[in-house]
Design a protein around this ligand. Structure first.
Ligand code: SF4
Length: 339
């Protein structure tokens, strides 16, 4: 169902009806059209060509990954996968009753000092996975009933995903695709995914360059994330659901609330409301815990969980800027008592 939306302009049309729903029977994954027209194959060829001097993410390493050289992401020609399974820890609109079909890619292009998946992102736990095998994982997740395929940390493996996707579609894949990213994506990569990805789910982590340098080791992160998220929104519009409340297409912005970083959160929320519009679906995540390089002696200022007062403040900040589609899960019980 393709209806013109209030923010559509010119010939631009987005799949949306009020209130943010489409009927399941009218939905088909975005990639089928590209596959049938042959454009998906052309897209794959361009993407693989990018590996020759890799600038697929804002790190701009320029290494030849076709010769298996890795840059910051330490990933060569083929993706390394840590695990794939039906994930019940994601948002209700993704996990539904049968889980979100998560595929966790190893390594990462960010260097978050507080990384909660350190073994996967920094130690590279996982194994090299050829395209046919990666396609098989997608199909397995479809067979066990997952509602979507959820690519976790895909920023550095866009060509590898396209390569496997082509095979998976030929073998019957029909689930919506979720691009679950830390938002350190290049514009070029996101454009390669136009018409391929149904649901973009960037975690917009930090607003200021100094903070991004200290905690993510990427001072250009905020600028890159803003650029990439605007493009994601342009491609898919606001998040829409089927009649059972499952997300089918659109943008879902995550933000991990950090201890003492309320001002960062406030700026991010203001930007979302102003730049992407207040209808943006936002998940303010409360589950931060000290991990990675955060210890009693290093990065001590974030060596605690957030308080319930802090979480309350960010909820109020979201409402104050007009955001009205906040993910509805109750705050976790682990929140420290209000201080
Ligand atoms: S994808 Fe990897 S090799 Fe390519 S620019 Fe990013 S970090 Fe460097």
């Amino acid at each position: 169902m393709y209806l013109r939306t209030e923010e559509s302009s010119g010939s631009e049309r987005r799949p949306i009806s009020e209130p943010y729903s489409i009927e399941r029977r009218n939905f088909e994954p975005a990639y089928l059209r590209l596959f049938e027209s042959g454009e998906l194959r052309q897209r794959l060829e361009s993407a693989l060509g990018e590996l020759r001097s890799c600038r697929l993410c804002p790190r701009d390493c320029g290494v030849n990954r076709l010769k298996n050289r890795g840059g910051v992401c330490k990933t060569g020609r083929y993706a390394i996968v840590s695990s794939h399974f039906a994930h019940f820890g994601e948002e209700d609109c993704l996990r539904g009753t049968r889980g979100s079909g998560a595929i966790f890619f190893s390594w990462c292009n960010l260097r978050c000092v507080f990384c909660q998946n350190y073994d996967i992102s920094r130690l590279g736990e996982g194994r090299t996975t050829l395209p046919g095998e990666l396609a098989g994982m997608m199909l397995h997740l479809q067979e066990v009933g997952c509602h979507n395929i959820n690519f976790v940390t895909p920023e550095h493996v866009v060509p590898q995903i396209l390569e496997a996707l082509l095979l998976a579609i030929e073998r019957g894949l029909r689930l919506p695709l979720v691009y679950n990213t830390g938002a350190y994506d290049s514009l070029e990569s996101i454009k390669l995914m136009e018409g391929v990805i149904d649901i973009y789910m960037p975690d917009f982590k930090l607003w200021n360059a100094e903070m991004a340098l200290r905690y993510l080791k990427a001072p250009n992160y905020p600028e890159a994330a803003r650029r990439a998220i605007v493009e994601m929104h342009r491609q898919v519009g606001p998040l829409v659901f089927d009649e059972n409340g499952l997300a089918l297409r659109g943008l879902l912005v995550r933000h991990l609330v950090m201890p003492g970083f309320i001002e960062e959160t406030r700026q991010i929320l203001t930007w979302i409301a102003q730049q992407l519009r207040p209808h943006t679906y936002v998940n303010l995540m409360d589950q931060y815990f000290p991990a990675g390089k955060v210890t009693d002696t290093d990065y001590t200022e974030i060596n605690r969980r957030i308080t319930s007062k802090e979480y309350q403040l960010v909820l109020e900040a979201a409402r104050a800027v007009g955001l009205h589609r906040l993910d509805g899960r109750a705050p976790a019980k682990h929140l420290a008592v209000c201080q």
